[in-house]
Write a protein that binds this ligand. Structure first.
Ligand SMILES: Cc1cc2nc3c(=O)[nH]c(=O)nc-3n(C[C@H](O)[C@H](O)[C@H](O)COP(=O)(O)OP(=O)(O)OC[C@H]3O[C@@H](n4cnc5c(N)ncnc54)[C@H](O)[C@@H]3O)c2cc1C
Length: 386
């Protein structure tokens, strides 16, 4: 019989791997351990649920129990793994020590929290990075009532998507970020400006070029003190200032890590024997993608490797579709700064081509009607892990 496998994390990476593996091997004992509820849900849908007024239970496709039954696995929920000993091949679960044979770390990434939150404001300041967070924010929004004032800190993918979604759900949204235009890491400035104008036209207050310096109580509201002496008052605050790979377990166990994640080779193997890493926590051959498509490619390759066919992962070009219906956006950012961005189109229908010195395509960004060029340009763009 094949070796028992233990997977830490039941996000799209951990559960995706368990599914792939079960399809290849009906017998292998698999244990999944997660700090959260273990419900099966698609994380990208979290930032589309408020416009449709979806309660959290509608986002969970299956409960942890149903997943365990369906896949014939052992599932341990609400069980944070607190330690890892690669030499002894054991995990620490609080007081309990659990032996493993082969281990996959799929612990994802945690929201970065740059702001100090006064205790009394804790219930009003949120991040949404999993279904449990969505549950909490959904309840807070219900308490705040119709047309709640929501201040979103950070105008990256997550901040922009929630701004569009909450605004479409009838709430009054203020989007605050230090950059000159939204989605600054994905879009060159003219396309970011087009998106920003569309968000404003859609009723979102966009405060670009301003950072949040402090959160404070302001009567019954949360006060956000911004650079330049500006103040915003809100019922709720959503912090969307980026994610940090959860590397602590691996790092403390002496496994090779960096700010980009747990280092693995193309076979998803870490620097410790019998330990693999996958998903947002993994930096695969120098690349931490933090998107679904590369994670799925990794889960497929690792399932084959663990089933006895060593398989290196390949990432094709994976354009990111940003879910901002007010101005559709697709981006496939180049790994390094391009020599130039060549921008074509007019109004909000723009194509930006990231080019090298010799004119070859390194990446691209599309807004408005130009998003239909996604497939054509993805075919022409280089893959990151070939
Ligand atoms: C709002 C939002 C929208 C997104 N939209 C898109 C999109 O449109 N397209 C796209 O490609 N990507 C999108 N992404 C990114 C994508 O969803 C992620 O890349 C992917 O879901 C990451 O999955 P994961 O399993 O690696 O991590 P996670 O989903 O974070 O799962 C980590 C798991 O590890 C568990 N865990 C962590 N630490 C421990 C511990 N110590 N002990 C036990 N368990 C632990 C957690 O409980 C959880 O079960 C979006 C992300 C967000 C937040």
């Amino acid at each position: 019989m094949s070796k028992p496998l233990t997977i830490v994390g039941t996000g799209m990476a951990g559960l995706g791997l368990a599914r792939q593996l079960r399809a290849m091997d009906a017998e292998r004992p698999i244990t999944l351990i997660t700090a959260d509820s273990g419900d099966d849900y698609a994380k990208p849908l979290l930032s589309t649920g408020f416009a449709k007024r979806l309660p959290p239970e509608r986002l969970a496709q299956r409960s942890a129990l149903e997943v365990a039954d369906q896949l014939g696995i052992v599932m341990r929920t609400q069980t944070p793994v607190t330690g890892l000993d690669p030499k002894a091949h054991t995990l620490g679960l609080g007081e309990e020590t659990l032996p493993y044979s082969q281990l996959v770390l799929a612990t994802g990434a945690a929201p970065r929290h740059p702001l100090t939150i006064p205790d009394e404001l804790m219930p009003r300041v949120h991040t949404i990075n999993d279904l449990d967070d969505y549950r909490r924010f959904h309840s807070a929004l219900e308490r705040a009532g119709n047309r709640a004032r929501v201040a979103i800190v950070g105008a990256g993918l997550v901040g922009c998507e929630f701004a569009n979604d909450l605004s479409a759900g009838g709430h009054r949204v203020t989007l605050i970020a230090p950059e000159a235009t939204p989605l600054a890491r994905l879009l060159p400035e003219p396309l970011g400006r087009a998106l920003g104008e569309a968000l404003e036209e859609g009723g979102i207050e966009l405060l670009s070029g301003r950072s949040v310096e402090r959160l404070e109580t302001s009567g019954a509201d949360v006060g956000l003190a911004l650079s330049g002496g500006y103040t915003v008052e809100a019922d709720l605050v959503l912090v969307a200032t980026g994610l940090v790979p959860r590397t602590r377990l691996a790092q403390e166990a002496g496994i090779e890590t960096s700010a980009a994640g747990i280092h693995t080779d193309r076979y998803l193997a870490t620097s410790a024997p019998d330990i693999y890493a996958l998903g947002d926590v993994a930096c695969v051959a120098g690349v931490n993608a933090m998107y679904v498509q590369p994670l799925q490619a990794s889960a497929k390759a690792l399932a084959a490797t663990l089933s006895g066919t060593p398989t290196a992962v390949h990432y094709g070009p994976w354009p990111v579709v940003v879910k901002t219906p007010l101005c559709p956006v697709v981006a496939y950012p180049p790994l390094a700064s391009p020599e130039r961005w060549r921008i074509e189109g007019e109004g909000r229908d723009l194509t930006a081509l990231a080019e090298s010195e010799d004119g070859s395509l390194l990446g691209f960004a599309l807004t408005g009607a130009c998003v239909r060029r996604k497939v054509e340009l993805a075919r022409a763009a280089p893959a990151l892990l070939v």
